[in-house]
Write a protein that binds this ligand. Structure first.
Ligand SMILES: Nc1ncnc2c1ncn2[C@@H]1O[C@H](COP(=O)(O)OP(=O)(O)OP(=O)(O)O)[C@@H](O)[C@H]1O
Ligand SMILES: [Mg+2]
Length: 462
């Protein structure tokens, strides 16, 4: 399969140059867009593996485009083109979620290398996603011996027997989906449908007809009557995933379902009774949303009859070995690989991470580890995390973490920048520091200091 790259730059010379360079070299297909708006149109129609995008463009600039891509296509890898020497914008790009940046003007080798790296990352993510997606979530997957998880299990058993509405809260990746499935699987409705609706992925204007169905003629393309997900879930359970993100008009309509147990299909005059158990989840702070008038209070109280709060993984470290072993066994089996054991240093490292993405992040890391691992053991080299001072980060307050990540991002970028900038001059000067310093318009001592700081070895360029 040919990799698809979208290059976005208002300077047509630049897009052409990239096309001429990358297509023959990487065997990929490069599509050109000359504005942010045009890029979004193209992205809407075709799937891409990578977007390369300039920052300075008239109309929608690169940062806005990056934001829109992150919102609409969160898994898409983006590389930004920055003006030479503009460290601030490079830092900003990385912080806003770009995978990498390339300073203009660039060397042919540099751009090929960086784009190739970005493509590899994107393909790995895709493979990862495919492997994760075709898992049928199994309620037995929800495991943990820690005290907070035992409490969750008690709550699940308690609510399963009745029809009460349950609101599951917790950070992303803590197991909200699995918890909802477990409740259904233990409930008297277990033989009936379990319908899961991922609210934020469905545009608001479609969500209503998806949930409640519609009558023929309700809108232009409604050529026949159609049942909604509530009718499909009749006698079973509906899981409204990430309900914190839905708009006020749907909130009002759902409130009615909760109060009256009835729905009204779009364009219909009749109201229908439904027998559906509702479970909702959110990783948002709904109390805050209520304070900001973004979430209806009466709706919240109807939803929050029985709350279940999933603890973040960092508050149940003792569960990590068990969960990690379970996930490795599960994915080895799925990938038709022989079972693998997690080495002790890897397990120690896993237990030291702050896991902002919780079990989902742990699972991602382990899947990558399985893909990289060559024998029956997962070793440190197979795992895409390093033993940094993560422990320190954990105890910091969020603003300190922000500064830290800003600093690390900036330091990384400065390092890369200096390596490529000074490296290029050194190689032109055949490793002669005095001559290279002259090219950088610096004195020899100053350049030497920078080289020492960024561990640039002049001998490599002789
Ligand atoms: N306690 C657990 N034991 C084993 N696996 C778990 C546990 N919790 C979650 N997982 C696994 O982690 C992944 C994420 O879980 P799930 O989708 O239920 O979380 P979520 O809170 O809905 O996440 P998101 O907010 O990203 O939608 C799943 O693959 C699930 O199998
Ligand atoms: Mg979920």
């Amino acid at each position: 399969m040919t990799a698809q790259i979208l290059v976005v730059d208002d300077e047509t010379d630049m897009t052409r140059l990239l096309q001429r360079t990358l297509e023959p070299e990487l065997g990929c297909k490069v599509t050109m867009a000359f504005s942010g708006e045009m890029a979004l149109d193209i992205l809407d129609q075709t799937a891409f593996d990578l977007v390369v995008c300039d920052i300075k463009m008239p109309g929608m600039d690169g940062f806005e485009l990056l934001d829109r891509i992150k919102a609409g296509y969160p898994d898409l890898t983006v590389v930004m083109l920055t003006a030479f020497g503009n460290i601030e914008s490079a830092v900003k790009a990385i912080k806003a979620g770009a995978y990498d940046f390339i300073a203009k003007p660039f060397e042919r080798e540099e751009i090929i290398f960086k784009i190739q790296k970005a493509l590899e990352r994107s393909l790995l993510l895709k493979e990862n996603k495919r492997l994760l997606k075709d898992r049928e979530a199994d309620p037995h997957d929800l495991i943990g011996k820690s005290e907070p998880m035992q409490r969750v299990f008690d709550q699940i058993r308690m609510v399963a027997a009745s029809d009460v509405t349950v609101l599951i809260t917790g950070e992303s990746g803590t197991g909200k989906d699995l918890t909802a499935r477990s409740i259904h699987a233990l409930s008297p409705r277990r033989e009936e449908a379990f319908i899961s609706v991922n609210c934020p992925t469905i545009p608001e204007f479609i969500l209503e007809s998806e949930l409640f169905g519609y009558k023929k003629g309700a809108f232009t393309n409604a050529t026949q009557d159609r049942d909604g997900l509530f009718q499909e879930a009749d006698k079973g359970t509906i899981f409204l995933d990430e309900i914190g993100d839905i708009g006020p008009s749907i909130q009002t309509k759902l409130l009615r379902v909760l109060q009256e147990k009835e729905i009204k299909p779009l364009g219909d005059t009749k109201i229908r009774k439904v027998d559906v158990r509702i479970i909702a989840s959110t990783n948002r702070n709904l109390k805050q949303k209520m304070a900001d008038n973004e979430f209806r209070q009466d709706f919240f109280y109807r939803l929050n009859v029985l709350p279940i709060e999933l603890p973040p993984l960092r508050d149940r470290i003792m569960d990590i070995p068990m969960i990690a072993d379970h996930l490795v066994a599960k994915h080895c089996k799925k990938m038709k690989k022989d079972p693998k054991t997690i080495s002790e240093p890897v397990m120690d490292l896993l237990m030291k991470q702050p896991w902002p993405g919780n079990v989902r992040e742990l699972e991602n890391i382990l899947v990558q580890g399985i893909l990289y691992s060559k024998d029956d053991t997962l070793r440190l080299a197979d795992i895409p995390i390093r033993d940094m001072d993560e422990g320190k980060k954990r105890s910091m307050d969020p603003s300190a973490m922000e500064t830290l990540s800003y600093k690390t991002a900036k330091e990384k970028i400065l390092k890369e920048f200096n390596h490529s900038y000074i490296g290029a001059r050194l190689s032109m000067a055949g490793g002669n520091i005095t001559r290279a310093a002259g090219m950088c318009e610096m004195d020899r001592q100053a350049l030497q200091q920078i080289m020492k700081r960024y561990e640039i070895d002049p001998d490599k360029f002789r």
